[in-house]
Each structure stands twice: as structure tokens, then as C-alpha cells.
Design a protein around this ligand. Structure first.
Ligand code: SF4
Length: 291
């Protein structure tokens, strides 16, 4: 849940989720629709799908035990280097480092070297004796991440309070490395066409070509070079929607209609039992202004 998402946003979701699913077994019996409904509003829904797929696999094939090698853990859906190392540390107390953005920043600053100039695997491997000096490996994994988030922060690191400042090259250097540039934002233009009924309903389909919202319910959506006007539909609004490093420039169109194409179904603009992604909910809000 915490990937790409702030702790304060996650807390209510985490509490609700762990109240409902107290064990791996209970979670493994859930279906995707139930999990997505609980995840509604948190975004990055692939995480929820991967979590469920991993838990089902763990329960059915591995007797609810997490594998104890990095290679085996990485076979779980959605688990890459970072998550595998974090799990090896947290669950198996394995001496390792989970290299998230915070931890990488600590290393780059401490060495006063650009991230692109550091081979992190090699660095960790050749400094094992200095890095893994505790039996509390699980705490060490967490501590490094927290250190990056709270002390060696992206902006204004707390160098004067830092326990590493005597040996930190960044602190001592008069020629400090510049922090990594933010990811480039890619702007994309979309036209979205909504069939709307007088009963405050909107027609949605799962058949859309948008990669980051694959298999989710959406109105008709088309990527366009620039948001040209479409005369067969009524223009409602232009708005921006950001998803990860994408900035979506959206022109929203509508038409009142009782007839909808085959793959579409009607959904209430107010309340739905079914999971509706935040992207679609935003469209609901705009279309609701018609009533
Ligand atoms: S001294 Fe400053 S730059 Fe160096 S590790 Fe500590 S907080 Fe980061």
C-alpha cells in the first residue's frame, strides 16, 4: 500500500484491510472485486491484484510460508528486488538492504556521488562487514529507510543532528552533489465520451485500450494528439488528472442516451457496490454537474 503513497493516506486503508483480513488464509479466500473495493481511492490497483495473487499462491502452494531465498520470493507476482529484500529482512531477519529512493539518497549523499555513478549491489557487497554489524537485521532494514525519510530528507537534510555527519562526504564537502532531478512528467491528451441517462447513470465498459487502467470500468476513452473538438458529442469540461509521472489533459464529452453499445453497462453516478477506480470517480463528479 505504501508504494508511491504517503503514510497518512494509507493508514485508514491499512486498518480497514487488516481488520477484515486477519490472516493470509482469510485473504486468500477473497476475490479480486472484494479487494479492489477495499482499495478504492488508493490508486495503483496493480498492487492490490498482485497482493491477492501472491497470497493465493503462498497459501495454496507454499503452506502459507514465505520462501527464504531472494530468488524464490521474486517469483511472487509483483515482487521485485526492493520488495524481496524488504521481505527477507523483515520476515527472515536476513542481513540486507531494501534500496528504495530514501536509502539510495542516503548512500549518494554519504559518498557525495551521483546515483548513476554508484553500483549499489557492488557497494553493499564489498561493505558487508561494516554494514551488517547487528543481529537485528529486520530493524536495520526499516531504520535505513526511516533515516532517509526523516533525517537525510530529500529537502533540507538534518545534517547538524545526524550521527553520520563526521564521516559524511556531502556534509563535509564544499562541492555538494545536486539532488536527483524529479522524474520527467509526460503530458498525454485524452478525449472521454460519456453516455449519460436521465436516471443519473453513466455507461461504462471494461473494453478500453488504456494500459494503466486495463480491465477497469471506464467510459469510451481515446488518446488523441491534441484535444480537438468532437462535434458528435457535447463538450462538458477540460481538466487535468495526474497518474504517477503522467499528466493527463482530458476533454470530457457527453450525450444523453438510452441506448448504449454492447460491452457497456449502466452505473449510478452516486453509489455503486462494484469497485470504481479514482480516475472514473473523478469523471462521475464532473458528469454529476449535469443534474
Ligand atoms: S550528514 Fe546530512 S547528508 Fe550526510 S548522511 Fe547525515 S543527513 Fe545525510
Amino acid at each position: 500500500m505504501l508504494q508511491q503513497t504517503q503514510v497518512k493516506t494509507v493508514i485508514p486503508y491499512f486498518k480497514k484491510f487488516t481488520r477484515k483480513y486477519k490472516t493470509l488464509e482469510s485473504l486468500s479466500k477473497a476475490n479480486e472485486t472484494q479487494i479492489l473495493k477495499m482499495w478504492e481511492g488508493l490508486g495503483y490497483y496493480r498492487r492490490a491484484r498482485n497482493l491477492l495473487a501472491s497470497v493465493k499462491l503462498l497459501v495454496k502452494e507454499l503452506n502459507s510460508n514465505l520462501p527464504n531465498t531472494l530468488k524464490e520470493i521474486k517469483k511472487l507476482p509483483g515482487v521485485g528486488d526492493y520488495t524481496a529484500n524488504a521481505l527477507m529482512g523483515f520476515i527472515h531477519n536476513y542481513p540486507t538492504i531494501a534500496l528504495d529512493g530514501n536509502v539510495k539518497r542516503v548512500f549518494t549523499r554519504y559518498l557525495n556521488k551521483k546515483e548513476s555513478k554508484i553500483d549499489f549491489d557492488q557497494l553493499i557487497d564489498s561493505n558487508k562487514k561494516n554494514l551488517f554489524i547487528t543481529n537485528r537485521n529486520s530493524d536495520f532494514v526499516e531504520a535505513l529507510m526511516e533515516f532517509g525519510a526523516l533525517i537525510c530528507k530529500p529537502k533540507d537534510p538534518k545534517c547538524s543532528q545526524c550521527c553520520l555527519n563526521k564521516s559524511c562526504s556531502y556534509f563535509k564537502s564544499s562541492n555538494k552533489i545536486k539532488d536527483n532531478k524529479r522524474k520527467k512528467i509526460k503530458v498525454m491528451n485524452y478525449n472521454i465520451f460519456c453516455y449519460v441517462s436521465k436516471k443519473k447513470q453513466i455507461a461504462l465498459t471494461k473494453e478500453n485500450e488504456i494500459k494503466f487502467l486495463k480491465n477497469f470500468n471506464l467510459p469510451l476513452i481515446k488518446e488523441v494528439e491534441n484535444n480537438s473538438v468532437d462535434k458528435n458529442w457535447k463538450f462538458l469540461k477540460n481538466y487535468k488528472n495526474s497518474i504517477s509521472n503522467l499528466s493527463l489533459n482530458i476533454n470530457l464529452y457527453y450525450k444523453f442516451s438510452n441506448k448504449i453499445p454492447k460491452s457497456y453497462n449502466w452505473y449510478s453516478l452516486e453509489k455503486n457496490k462494484e469497485f470504481i477506480p479514482s480516475f472514473t470517480k473523478r469523471i462521475f463528479n464532473q458528469v454529476s454537474s449535469l443534474f
